[in-house]
Design a protein around this ligand. Sequence first.
Ligand SMILES: [Zn+2]
Length: 64
Amino acid sequence: MILIKIDQGIGAGIVLDGRPLYGDGFAAGETGHVVVAKDGPLCVYGNRGCLETLTSTRALLPCR
Ligand SMILES: [Zn+2]
């Protein structure tokens, strides 16, 4: 099971075989920083084109 939360950032919780999947450095659910647009907007960590720079509520509703 995967639960994806979209708000000011994007993250996910993953349950595999009945147990939470944490991943290396607890980063298994860090889906918001997957690069989807090579030359996209700058994210808070200095990367470009992360999923959340294009699809989070912060990206879509900048006056929030
Ligand atoms: Zn990022």
